[in-house]
Design a protein around this ligand. Structure first.
Ligand code: SF4
Ligand code: SF4
Length: 54
């Protein structure tokens, strides 16, 4: 499962749209959060404009 660096996350939502298994969402603070559906495909890691997904 990926880790989100929430201090850097801008809440742009780009990763949420891209995740093929709907493992990402924005929380109430407009920060991305990941759930256990993540299969480590890596798409969001490459796509995040501020590189805050590891
Ligand atoms: S793409 Fe990056 S900055 Fe945008 S919501 Fe996802 S983790 Fe946050
Ligand atoms: S690594 Fe793949 S499955 Fe996991 S949250 Fe990112 S896009 Fe979704």
């Amino acid at each position: 499962m990926v880790t989100i660096g929430t201090e850097l996350c801008t809440g742009c939502g780009g990763c949420v749209q891209l995740c093929p298994v709907c493992a990402l969402s924005l929380n109430g603070d407009d920060k991305a959060t990941v759930n256990d559906k993540c299969d480590d495909c890596g798409i969001c890691i490459k796509a995040c404009p501020v590189s805050c997904i590891k």
